[in-house]
Design a protein around this ligand. Structure first.
Ligand code: SF4
Length: 320
């Protein structure tokens, strides 16, 4: 098996506030296999977007990466200079951020916005080559060439999101991180944009990390799935295995709350609220909400363990 494209080891991202350190990401370890679609799922505030920003090394003060390694194809992104990281962004790893379509400049035409990103990394391309590349990436995301000369306000939400995907793939990176890429779109457009992202991922052989809170979307879109809870990973496995036999009580609850077609009754959520990351409870962070909590769960943080090949979980139930 080839080496993973992304190796993440014990990454911690803390926000230093006057009240103390908020541990937004607290010891995340995972591998993203080459060419794979990997999902990262969890409730809002669980640290998944912070982790994505750490992969791009875009954490802003008062936040910082405290410890850990983020190796992209053998290069530790935490250790390289800012100038080196600037070259890596877009070229080797790119991000479609949450609400990406609102990040487009309202006063620049689509062509300029795509070209600016490319020029920043490759100043040697001629204007003709740049125009060809703009057409190529617009076609790749199913947009007509005329879109290049339009302003964002002339485009629908789905088209704007496609422009963001075009920018993200414009330099053919090895990894794309898509942070809730379709959350602001209606269901039909959401599906079309997801299909485009998936097709590109396969055609270009890009590895993808899809971030979101929707277990249903993950089931349809990814091959491996990491479940995150309050800054730590709870479970990681092939997506089929997670849905057939979820191990972590949090994953079990996430799946049990999925609506079932035809089922009547009251919609059930997960009882309780996520803990404060400023004053987290001791032991397993999920223990105040866990129906299977034991005494040890209140005292000791469960270890992140590979209990079977490719099957990771952090729960005292599975510790030997
Ligand atoms: Fe529940 Fe304990 Fe497992 Fe945490 S470690 S998920 S509290 S059983």
């Amino acid at each position: 098996m080839s080496a993973p494209i992304l190796k993440v080891n014990d990454v911690r991202v803390y926000y230093h506030t006057e009240a103390g350190a908020v541990k937004a990401v607290d010891g995340v370890t995972l591998d993203v296999p080459r060419g794979m679609k990997m999902g990262l799922v969890g409730e809002s505030g669980c640290g998944k977007s912070t982790l994505a920003m750490a992969f791009m090394r875009l954490i802003k003060p008062p936040g910082r990466i405290e410890t850990g390694q983020i190796e992209l194809d053998g290069t530790d992104l935490v250790a390289i200079s800012e100038e080196h990281m600037r070259r890596v962004r877009l070229n080797e790893i790119s991000l479609i951020p949450q609400g990406a379509m609102n990040s487009l400049s309202p006063v620049a035409r689509v062509r300029k916005q795509i070209i600016d990103g490319i020029r920043d990394h490759d100043g040697r391309m001629t204007q003709a080559e740049l125009n060809d590349r703009v057409e190529e990436v617009l076609e790749a995301v199913d947009l007509r060439p005329e879109v290049a000369d339009m302003f964002p306000h002339e485009l629908s939400g789905g088209m704007k999101q496609r422009v963001c995907v075009a920018i993200a793939i414009s330099l053919r990176p090895k990894v794309i991180i898509a942070d809730e890429p379709t959350s602001a779109l209606d269901v039909v457009v959401q599906r079309q944009v997801m299909e485009t992202i998936q097709r590109l991922q396969q055609e270009l052989g890009i590895s993808m990390i899809l971030i979101g809170h929707d277990m249903g979307l993950m089931a349809q879109s990814v091959e491996r799935l990491a479940v995150m809870y309050s800054g730590r990973l709870a479970e990681l496995a092939d997506v089929d295995a997670i849905f057939e036999e979820p191990l972590h009580p949090y994953t079990q609850l996430l799946i049990s709350t999925l609506p079932v077609l035809g089922a009547r009754g009251v919609f059930r959520g997960i009882p309780g609220i996520t803990p404060s990351l400023l004053t987290p409870p001791p032991g397993c962070l999920f223990h105040p909400r866990c129906p299977e909590a034991q005494e040890i769960c209140q005292q000791k943080v469960p270890a992140w363990q590979e209990i079977r090949p490719g099957r990771w979980v952090a729960c005292h139930k599975y510790e030997v």
